[in-house]
Design a protein around this ligand. Structure first.
Ligand code: ZN
Length: 316
């Protein structure tokens, strides 16, 4: 009985041992499978994670680029808003008009031997002479300052307005020389009437905004007849100081608006004689109707200043 039992027991045991082996094998297989599977899953997860990170990085980069572009665009816009008298791009040709105003007021035309000439044209735009002046400037790659009057712009219609736009875009400075140019309105009894004066200049300022865009402004003016010619100008000086503006007269001229009518050679001679020995030259010329001879003389005037080592600058 015991033996039988024993045998029974041992056969049971053998059977059980077999099951254990099978189970162990199964467990091993399962563990291996799970491990391989797990590894696979881990690898897949890592791959997905990697891709996800890459996508995030790319999105971050794109966002940074977008922000940088946005920043540059805003900066450009702000710079344009601040443009005074010249375009943002033409700032390289321009000079601080307040400094020149001070130099002229003190009759101090020295600049440590560094020569600068400011070509200035008054009373435009005209549809006859201004195009010739612009042509000469472009052919010689120099810039000038145009002191325009509102009435003459209106007289020239759309063509005169287009010329101002072309001139401005080329890099010239556009400055204000009143609307009416009428001495009786601006200086009745030869004495400044500040209210009339400001109203008149504002009218041209509005017109220039209409032509060159709402951000255009100029802080440079030239008084018709010249600042030095009138009484009561202290009021204007105070106004200009308070508003960081400048009134610019001249210290050399070609005399194309006074005395007898001169030919191109005589105009050049006048420029040479009146600018002699000056580092800083503010040359008065006119681009209004009837000044064809000025346009004719301009290339030789430019050549003279180039040959004598002058840098061409604008006032703003
Ligand atoms: Zn004038």
């Amino acid at each position: 009985m015991r033996r039988k039992n024993k045998i029974k027991f041992s056969s049971k045991k053998r059977k059980k041992g077999l099951d254990v082996k099978k189970c162990a094998l199964l467990v091993v297989v399962l563990v291996v499978l799970i491990a391989v599977g797990f590894k696979g899953v881990t690898a897949t997860t890592a791959f997905i994670e990697e891709k996800r990170q890459e996508k995030i990085e790319m999105q971050k980069k794109a966002e940074a680029e977008r922000l940088e572009e946005e920043r540059k665009r805003k900066e450009e816009e702000e710079a344009k808003k601040k443009m005074v008298g010249v375009t943002h791009e033409a700032k390289q040709y321009t000079y601080d008009a307040r400094k020149i105003q001070e130099k002229l007021a003190n009759y101090d035309y020295s600049n440590n031997g560094k020569k600068m000439v400011f070509l200035t044209f008054d009373d435009g735009s005209s549809t006859t002479v201004t195009p010739e002046i612009l042509k000469a400037l472009k052919e010689n790659d120099v810039r000038a300052t145009f002191f325009v009057t509102g009435e003459n712009i209106e007289r020239g219609g759309q063509k005169a307005k287009d010329l101002i736009k072309e001139s401005f875009e080329y890099g010239n400075a556009i400055a204000n020389h009143s609307y009416t140019h009428d001495y009786k309105v601006l200086y009745p009894g030869r004495t400044l009437n500040l209210d009339n004066f400001l109203a008149d200049f504002n009218k041209t300022d509005e017109l220039l905004k209409e032509i060159l865009g709402p951000y255009f402004s100029t802080r440079v003016i030239r008084c018709p007849g010249g600042h030095m010619s009138w009484k009561g100008m202290d009021q204007l000086d105070n106004y200009l100081d308070e508003n960081n503006m400048a009134s610019i007269d001249w210290n050399a001229l070609i005399a194309d608006a006074e005395g007898k009518k001169k030919n191109a050679q005589e105009l050049l001679d006048y420029a040479i004689n009146t600018s002699q020995g000056k580092d800083i030259v503010v040359l008065l010329m006119h681009d209004t109707y009837g000044k064809e001879e000025t346009a004719k003389a301009l290339p030789t005037i430019i050549k003279y200043f180039k040959d004598n080592g002058y840098e061409f600058k604008t006032l703003s």
